[in-house]
Write a new protein. Structure first.
Length: 256
């Protein structure tokens, strides 16, 4: 009985939160966007290209928070929400999360107070279908994607980087390290929360190569789409470039 009441209470809280976000976002659009326009940016790049780190670094300079769809999916799964259950079911079947579900999750995030004035998208869109749907969503709100940056990193460098990646096993943390470039202070232990770090199942060379092949196939039409819309800037970071140099290049491109 207590479990049922707790479940009902959580459902009611989520409903109230949704209503608050919908109403609040509507008022912000109608009353405040005329004074401060929202800004939507997209970082594209293969797994391991560093776009997640860049998104977090760029957020303060551009005054928009980063939004990682991967992080959102993991949070939904951990909380066992309706969205999380659907994502888990598709991943368990070995199928891709449908575009309609991905867009619904992205929309729900974007109407929350943190993203009322824009977002730095990391990991979305992944296909041209998602890009078109995202543009239509923003257009209904009276907004648009301001700039898209592609980090075009060589596959050999990515395989090396990802195969040396270690991830915190605490799902609430999820911080990543690299055995070559960014080690934790104590080997095998997360600096942030003290949990163990481990290699993800998909961070082995064979799986990484397969993921990169899929990424290349998906991303080419996506890049062409944004190129045609004249919002795409592409960079090919080299091994002799520092993280600060890459940051400055991307920041300059996004600021237009």
């Amino acid at each position: 009985m207590n479990t049922m009441l707790l479940g009902a209470w959580k459902t009611a809280l989520r409903f109230c939160g949704t209503v608050f976000n919908e109403v609040g976002f509507y008022l912000v659009r109608k009353l405040l966007w005329r004074f401060r326009r929202p800004r939507y940016f997209i970082l594209l790049g293969p797994p391991g290209s560093g776009k997640g780190t860049l998104a977090r670094q760029l957020a303060p300079a551009l005054q928009v928070p980063p939004m990682s769809t991967g992080d959102v999916f993991r949070r939904e799964k951990a909380a066992n929400t309706n969205f999380g259950k659907q994502v888990t079911a598709h991943l368990a079947d070995g199928t891709l999360v449908p575009d309609s579900l991905t867009l619904a999750i992205v929309r729900r995030e974007l109407i929350s107070p943190r993203f009322w004035f824009g977002a730095m998208e990391d990991g979305f869109p992944r296909t041209i279908e998602q890009a078109i749907a995202f543009d239509l969503l923003l257009a209904r709100w009276g907004a648009s994607v301001e700039r898209v940056v592609l980090l075009d990193v060589d596959d050999d460098a990515l395989v090396d980087r990802l195969s040396n990646r270690r991830t915190c096993t605490n799902k609430a943390c999820g911080r990543t390290y690299n055995l070559k470039y960014e080690r934790s202070v104590e080997a095998g232990i997360c600096d942030a929360c003290g949990a163990a770090t481990a290699q993800r199942d998909d961070d082995v060379p064979e799986v990484i190569s397969a993921r990169l092949r899929t990424y290349r196939v998906e991303t080419k039409p996506l890049c062409n789409y944004y190129q045609d819309r004249k919002v795409l800037a592409s960079f090919k970071p080299t091994g002799d470039m520092t993280a600060q140099e890459v940051f400055v290049l991307v920041k300059t491109a996004l600021q237009g």
